[in-house]
Design a protein around this ligand. Structure first.
Ligand code: FAD
Length: 354
């Protein structure tokens, strides 16, 4: 969120100081670990309509944002395929019911399409004969989060070379100290924009971390061209293909702020579930097993808080940071321009004064 915001502000002619607690490589950010699926309809089974609306808005905005970057970032909007094992058909019907309700409320969202084995084969040949029924969500997307972080870093470094920005790595900031500094600068009136994710916990007490664990696999024997979700009562997973036969398999969702390494149980669950979707994962190589905390507010929804003078806090992106950040960005920019945002009202994004 911070990198997106910084680039947008540079484009508008602002001079920026960007402080990051960690280094330039994004270690320490949930954004580095995420699968970066852009799946408003699939996520509607577990989130609110406003997140779906923000996702719809953002899916249109990502190509514009990526088009301004000089380095390529993998992005596609080739849909999501959802499958389940025969015994989990009741769970699949429940999931489908959620998506149908979302579509009834938001008819502009393309509906889920039922797939038989012929339909599955046409989209993802290797899922047949294991799966004979599924769902296709045609307009969902995905991007490569790591390429995105690198491409944005490149733009930031270019801006620094042009004198528009100063990057401060390994420079954790306390909001209270920045606010105290702001009070001494009444004429200048710079903005402070806090996009520190879990780092904001010191001043945003309601924030909590929701632990997620993911695998990164290199699987030359697996050919999936779009994200595949497995509906399962205990081990629901997604498999998000990246370029060069790399797959992100995730993610657990644990109500815990434990940042320690991935447990054996979670690794087994993720690996077994991936193998149950495609036997080609048997010979995959484990590139990485990683864990991070999703910054989450009590209602699991994002929020923009407007503090005293020119302080804007953006947080609570939970498991939807990539899905919704362009929408959140547009609302924050509109607020900076007009001290109000109609877009946030339209999308149902909470903007409150703190
Ligand atoms: C396992 C997993 C899978 C996910 N999959 C998806 C997905 O498929 N689709 C999707 O849309 N979202 C997904 N997400 C969610 C997404 O990653 C987050 O919503 C998003 O990264 C939150 O963005 P953020 O900028 O608020 O926080 P972060 O990405 O965590 O970034 C916060 C940054 O602030 C820095 N910082 C912290 N404290 C300070 C301080 N005091 N001073 C300066 N800098 C500080 C941190 O070092 C970090 O770089 C996933 C998350 C996880 C963990």
């Amino acid at each position: 969120m911070g990198r997106l915001m910084a680039l947008a502000l540079i484009e508008r002619g602002h001079r920026i100081d960007l402080y990051e607690a960690q280094g330039a490589d994004g270690q320490g950010a949930a954004a580095k670990v995420a699968a970066a699926m852009l799946a408003p309809l699939a996520e509607s089974a577990i989130t609110e309509l406003n997140v779906v609306k923000m996702g719809q808005h953002s899916l249109k905005r990502w190509p514009q944002i990526l088009g301004k970057l000089n380095q390529p970032v993998f992005f596609q909007q080739a849909g999501t395929v959802i499958v389940w094992h025969r015994s989990d058909a009741p769970e699949a019907r429940r999931f489908q019911g959620h998506m149908q309700k979302t579509h009834d409320l938001l008819p502009t969202l393309s509906p889920a399409q039922m797939l038989d084995s012929v339909g599955i084969e046409a989209l993802e040949r290797e899922l047949v004969p294991k799966f004979s029924s599924g769902l296709y969500l045609p307009h969902e997307g995905q991007l490569d989060n790591r390429e995105l972080l690198t491409a944005m870093l490149h733009e930031l470094e270019q801006a620094q070379a042009r004198g528009q920005l100063t990057l401060h790595w390994h420079s954790a900031q306390e909001l209270s100290s920045l606010e105290a500094w702001l009070h001494q600068k009444p004429k200048d009136e710079p903005w402070i924009i806090d996009c520190t994710g879990m780092g904001a916990k010191t001043h945003w007490s309601q924030l909590r971390g929701v632990r997620g664990e993911v695998l990164r696999l290199h699987a030359p024997d697996v050919h999936l061209s779009r994200p595949v979700r497995l509906i399962h009562p205990k081990y629901p997973i997604y498999i998000a293909p990246k370029e060069n036969q790399v797959f992100v398999v995730g993610a657990t969702e644990v109500e815990s702020e434990d940042r320690s390494e991935v447990s054996v149980r979670s690794s087994l669950e993720l690996m077994s579930a991936a193998y149950s979707v495609h036997p080609g994962f048997a010979e995959a190589r484990v590139l990485e097993i990683n864990t991070q905390l999703r910054p989450t507010l009590p209602d699991n929804l994002p929020q923009i808080q407007i503090g005293a003078s020119k302080v804007i806090k953006i947080n609570g992106l939970y498991r939807h940071g990539f899905l919704i950040s362009p929408a959140v960005l547009d609302c924050a920019l509109e607020w900076m321009d007009h001290q109000r945002t109609d877009l946030a009202q339209e999308l149902g994004l909470s903007v409150i004064r703190s």
